[in-house]
Write a protein that binds this ligand. Structure first.
Ligand code: FES
Ligand code: FES
Length: 168
């Protein structure tokens, strides 16, 4: 089987123990995806698998067989920045930038989850459509992505801006 990574087919590793994170970074040299805790606690390794966010450190590469993986390198449309990338710059949504690829991949999937009506722990009205994306909602939905630089306020504002642009 093959895995599509950012639109290109790559061969699935023979060793079933290799994580998707190691496939991306060590074999494909797509180092935009970061290694943080390597145990599912920080979100730095977040990528998209068929459009849904996954922690690549906890995902075996073979689980992506026949599926589409999108990393931060594949999120932008050619040379142009993804709207979330532009918004993170505009709102100082990063300092060292280490968590940023994971934050942006997670945010892009999170916005689709909201648009699809998937509630979160803090959604007050489960029947409400569309879900009002408050700052509290964004913080809860992005709580799996940690920023040790403390850029969370800027991250929330950046995501809120893109959500409002998409709703306009
Ligand atoms: Fe995967 Fe931290 S490196 S969650
Ligand atoms: Fe440094 Fe988030 S910008 S960890």
């Amino acid at each position: 089987m093959a895995i599509r990574v950012n639109g290109t087919e790559v061969t699935s590793p023979e060793d079933a123990r290799i994580s998707l994170l190691d496939l991306l970074r060590e074999r494909l040299h797509l180092t935009g995806t970061k290694v943080g805790c390597n145990q599912g606690a920080c979100g730095a390794c977040t990528v998209l698998l068929d459009g849904e966010r996954v922690l690549s450190c906890l995902t075996l590469a073979v689980q992506a067989d026949g599926r589409e993986v999108t990393t931060i390198e594949g999120l932008a449309d050619g040379e142009g920045l993804h709207p979330l990338q532009s918004a993170f710059i505009a709102h100082d949504g990063f300092q060292c930038g280490y968590c940023t690829p994971g934050q942006i991949c997670a945010a892009s999937a999170m916005l689709r989850e909201v648009a699809a009506g998937v509630p979160s722990y803090v959604t007050a009205d489960l029947a409400e459509m569309p879900i009002a994306l408050s700052r509290e909602e964004i913080r809860e939905r992005m709580s799996g992505n940690l920023c040790r630089c403390g850029a969370h306020n800027g991250i929330v504002e950046a995501i809120l801006q893109v959500a409002r642009e998409q709703a306009a």
